[in-house]
Ligand binder design. Structure first.
Ligand SMILES: Nc1nc2c(ncn2[C@@H]2O[C@H](COP(=O)(O)OP(=O)(O)OP(=O)(O)O)[C@@H](O)[C@H]2O)c(=O)[nH]1
Ligand SMILES: [Mg+2]
Length: 261
C-alpha cells in the first residue's frame, strides 16, 4: 500500500476512509490528462507528487508571503538580513522568486499532506502573466488563493481568476492588510474596532470584489470564497475562518477531528 510520509498516524487513526480519500483526491481533479495538455502544462519541480498544494498568488507586494507566515503562526523579521528557516521571506521590494526560491510550507493541522506554496507576484517583469500559469504549475495545485493588495483587485488578479475558472482550479480571494483599510474605525481608548463600521467596510470590499469578478467573467467564484484578513493579526476579522477553510480544502468533512469548526 502506498503511504505518504507523515501520514501514518492519520491512516492508522482513520483508515480506511483516509486511504480511499487520499487515492481519490491527491491528484487535483483539474490536472492535465492528455499528452498534449501535459506538454502545455508540465508538472514543475516545485509541485512534486505526494502533497496537495495551495498556491498563494496575486500581484507583487500583496502580502502573499506574510499571509503564509501568519497561517504558520510565525513572525518574520523583515528588518533582519539573517536567514530565517521555516518562514516565507517578506520584503519591501519584489521578493519571492527574486531573492528566494519558490518554496512551500506544511499547513499546520495537515502536515505532510497539505502545503502552502509561496509563489512570486504575477505580472511583473520577472514573472510575466503570459507564462505564469504554466511556469508556476498552477494546474497541479489543489487551489489558488489570489491575495488582493489592500482589497483592490487589479487586471492581473482578474486574468488569474479567469484562467483558474477556465481550467477548473478552485479559487479563493483574500483582501489582505484589512486593519489598514478599517483603521479609522479603531478606538484607541477602548482598544477595539467599531464592529458595525467594520461590517460596513466588509460589505463594501466584498461587493466590489464580486462586481469586479463578474465584470471579468469570473461568475463561478462564490462570495464565501472571499475573505478579509490582516496577516499582522490573524485572530482579527476573517483570519480564523480563512485558516479553517484552507484546512478543510483537503480534509473536507471526512476528517472533522483535524479542525475546530
Ligand atoms: N500593514 C500591513 N502590511 C503588510 C501586511 N502583510 C504584508 N505587509 C507588508 O507588505 C509588504 C509586502 O509583503 P510580502 O508578504 O513580502 O508580499 P508578497 O506578496 O509576498 O510580495 P512578493 O513576494 O514580492 O510578490 C511587506 O513590507 C509586508 O510587511 C498586512 O497585513 N498589513
Ligand atoms: Mg513573497
Amino acid at each position: 500500500m502506498f503511504l505518504l510520509p507523515g501520514l501514518t498516524s492519520l491512516v492508522v487513526d482513520y483508515a480506511p476512509t483516509v486511504v480511499s480519500w487520499i487515492k481519490e483526491n491527491l491528484l487535483p481533479q483539474h490536472a492535465p490528462v492528455t499528452v498534449a495538455e501535459i506538454e502545455k502544462f508540465p508538472r514543475q519541480s516545485h509541485t512534486p507528487e505526494g502533497s496537495a498544494f495551495i498556491g498563494l498568488t496575486g500581484q507583487s507586494g500583496g502580502g502573499k508571503s506574510s499571509l503564509i507566515n501568519a497561517l504558520l503562526g510565525v513572525e518574520y523579521d523583515e528588518a533582519s538580513d539573517e536567514k530565517q528557516p521555516g518562514m516565507a521571506v517578506v520584503g519591501p521590494t519584489e521578493t519571492t522568486g527574486i531573492h528566494t526560491e519558490i518554496d512551500s510550507f506544511n499547513m499546520p493541522g495537515a502536515e505532510g499532506l497539505l502545503k502552502l506554496m509561496d509563489l512570486p507576484g504575477a505580472g511583473t517583469a520577472a514573472f510575466p502573466i503570459e507564462t505564469y500559469v504554466k511556469d508556476m504549475s498552477l494546474r497541479w495545485m489543489h487551489a489558488i488563493v489570489i491575495v488582493l493588495k489592500d482589497g483592490r483587485p487589479t487586471e492581473v488578479d482578474a486574468i488569474l481568476a479567469k484562467y483558474a475558472a477556465k481550467l477548473g482550479i478552485p479559487t479563493y480571494l483574500v483582501a489582505n492588510k484589512f486593519a489598514t483599510t478599517v483603521r479609522t474605525t479603531y478606538d484607541k481608548k477602548k482598544g477595539t474596532y467599531d464592529e458595525a463600521k467594520v461590517n460596513n467596510f466588509k460589505m463594501k470590499v466584498k461587493d466590489a470584489v464580486m462586481q469586479f469578478l463578474e465584470k471579468n467573467g469570473c461568475t463561478r467564484v462564490p462570495r464565501d470564497h472571499v475573505f478579509l484578513v490582516d496577516s499582522e493579526d490573524m485572530t482579527l476579522f476573517e483570519g480564523p475562518a480563512f485558516s479553517r477553510r484552507m484546512l478543510r480544502l483537503v480534509t473536507g468533512s471526512k476528517l472533522p477531528q483535524l479542525f475546530n469548526e
